[in-house]
Design a protein around this ligand. Structure first.
Ligand SMILES: CC(=O)SCCNC(=O)CCNC(=O)[C@H](O)C(C)(C)COP(=O)(O)OP(=O)(O)OC[C@H]1O[C@@H](n2cnc3c(N)ncnc32)[C@H](O)[C@@H]1OP(=O)(O)O
Ligand SMILES: CC(C)C(=O)C(=O)O
Length: 519
């Protein structure tokens, strides 16, 4: 199997993302992590751009041992000298010279003829080779350069002794087919092309950077360039983690090895995100928070039966924490039961069905369902030995600061199998609700305590209501209700307590009736 080497430019092209400015210490920290990932070439910066960057490139060059460390340089002697100043003490110094070759760049930016470009390119490589053992040359905007002229530039820098020839799609303009064709063309037409490594460098202006890089690999390049998390100028560069995982996941298709330590991908991504302040979108391939998260019931069911149904790679391969089955409005019973069992609860089918109805009601009102929400929901029913005499069905409230609060309530009477409806007014909404329950149940229960607690945070947090009720015989029970709405939670708590009182009272009566008189 042939291998492709990875050239990381997070510290140079990645740093060209607007708003990103890495200190020398940050560059060193990222470079050391890139070394752990197994990156072969690290572009540490552009030494001629400032004294600060020269120092940063120098520190990276001294810190890493294995990868080649390069600085970018224009095709001018003073840039090459600045790069040498930075890297002369490095273990493995390298230089990356670039010069634009496309008609638009030649005419408007450089104001150079084709011949001047050829001469400058050759002279720069010859000058660089006096200092650096490893020199790469990039034909900036090579993707929009006339193919024949590109071949002439290639021959001139090869003759000058360049080691790597990079053809960048600087403005992310080409299709994968077109980009691959450039390398096929160079291989077929450039004298001495076998002496150099060909390299691909893609930008993501049309969202094609990864696809184009893979097309270049299929066309035979031996080096690919990009950044971690795909950061970079404008829409960014090709994301190295995507290319690495495409090659690893589709190994039988590409037949290319990378030698990267894939388990370091997630850690590298987090470090780059933290140090650059560029957040990784949740849906970002490979490293996004949702890359291994499954929300919908049918997917979750498939995942529980066999992860390969919906995951083409495992999160642990890239050092991501485990697959997440996110419970939400699209989840089904399989994932719901699995989540409850991971929280330590086990229920029979009937209980799961009842809890699932409550769970779905919750998902209609709450965006994210946290573990605490589920625990709260489940514990509403847990340890429940009393029969559910009345099931809470619905509540409607009328409230205004100039009118009397009114509650209409619907309960289901499980013993007589019928719906019961009542309305009542109160001094406040909670009072109206409780009075409505009293009416439906036909008793006047004494409320001795009432408490509201918030289960989770945020505006859609679950409210938990606790009530204490006493019946005429002095029997006291506690009731608990949970909902995103505290008034509904109050109704549920009150009905819960009523159920307990009614069933306990009846159990007591039955027990007393069974005891012989005088005993
Ligand atoms: C595709 C890429 O990502 S290329 C890398 C882009 N990165 C950067 O530009 C970041 C670092 N850059 C800088 O700090 C500054 O631009 C510097 C220090 C390099 C140069 O600054 P200045 O001397 O003020 O020049 P400025 O940036 O305004 O203009 C660039 C000059 O370099 C010339 N130039 C551009 N590319 C090259 C090249 N590859 N080789 C030789 N000259 C070049 C331009 O034609 C222009 O020359 P002019 O002044 O004769 O018109
Ligand atoms: C310097 C070169 C390789 C570059 O960044 C580009 O062309 O995008």
């Amino acid at each position: 199997m042939r291998s492709v080497q990875f050239f990381d430019t997070t510290l140079r092209d990645g740093e060209q993302s607007p708003g990103v400015n890495l200190s020398a210490e940050q560059k060193v920290a990222i470079a050391l992590q890139l070394e752990k990932l197994g990156i072969h070439v690290i572009e540490a910066g552009f030494a001629a751009s400032s004294q600060g960057d020269l120092q940063a490139v120098k520190q990276v060059g001294e810190a890493v041992k294995e990868p080649i460390v390069v600085s970018l340089a224009r095709a001018v002697e003073k840039d090459i000298e600045a790069a040498w100043e930075a890297l002369k003490g490095a273990e493995t110094p390298g230089l990356h010279i670039f010069l634009a070759t496309s008609p638009i760049h030649r005419e408007y930016k450089l104001n150079m003829t084709q011949d001047q470009v050829l001469e400058r390119a050759e002279a720069a490589v010859r000058y660089a080779k006096k200092y650096f053992p490893h020199v790469e040359f990039s034909t900036e905007d090579g993707g929009r350069t006339e193919k024949d002229f590109l071949c002439r530039v290639a021959e001139r820098v090869i003759d000058a002794g360049v080691d790597v020839l990079n053809i960048p799609d600087t403005v992310g303009f080409l299709s994968p087919q077109e980009y691959g064709d450039i390398f096929r063309y160079l291989k077929a037409h450039v004298r001495g092309i076998e002496k150099v490594k060909l390299s691909a460098h893609c930008h993501d202006d049309l969202g094609l950077a990864t696809a184009n890089t893979l097309a270049a690999i299929e066309a035979g390049v031996e080096q690919v360039e990009g950044t971690i998390n795909g950061i970079g100028e404008r829409a960014g560069n090709a994301a190295l983690e995507e290319i690495a995982m495409a090659l690893a996941t589709r190994e039988s298709h590409y037949q290319v090895g990378t030698g990267l330590h894939l388990k370091e991908i997630a850690r590298t991504s987090r470090l780059v995100s933290k140090m650059t302040g560029m957040f990784v979108p949740g849906n970002k391939a490979v490293v996004g928070a949702n890359a291994f998260a499954h929300e919908s019931g049918i997917h979750q069911d498939g995942m529980l039966k066999n992860a390969a149904t919906y995951e083409i790679m495992r999160p642990e391969t890239v050092g991501q924490t485990d697959t997440r089955l996110v419970l939400g409005k699209h989840s089904g019973r399989h994932a719901f039961r699995d989540k409850l069992s991971s929280l330590g609860y086990s229920f029979n089918d009937q209980q799961i069905n009842q809890l699932f109805v409550r769970f779905k009601e919750m998902t209609d009102r709450k965006k994210t369902i946290e573990d605490e929400d589920l625990v709260s929901l489940v514990e509403e029913r847990i340890g429940e030995t009393e029969e559910e005499v009345f099931t809470f069905e619905a509540i409607q409230l009328a409230y205004g600061n100039h009118s009397v609060p009114t509650a209409s309530l619907r309960l289901y009477d499980n013993r007589n199998k019928r719906l019961l409806e009542e309305a009542a007014c109160g001094s406040g909404s909670v009072d109206a609700i409780f009075k409505a329950v009293d009416r439906v149940t036909g008793e006047d229960w004494a409320l001795t305590d009432y408490k509201i607690v918030s289960v989770t945070h945020g505006k859609d947090a679950l409210g938990e209501v606790y009530v204490k009720l006493q019946d005429g015989d002095g029997r006291t029970v506690q009731g608990r209700g949970v909902s995103t709405d505290v008034l509904e939670a109050s109704a549920r708590a009150y009905v819960h307590a009523v159920n307990r009182l009614v069933s306990r009272r009846e159990r007591n009566r039955e027990a007393t009736a069974g005891v012989p008189v005088g005993s």
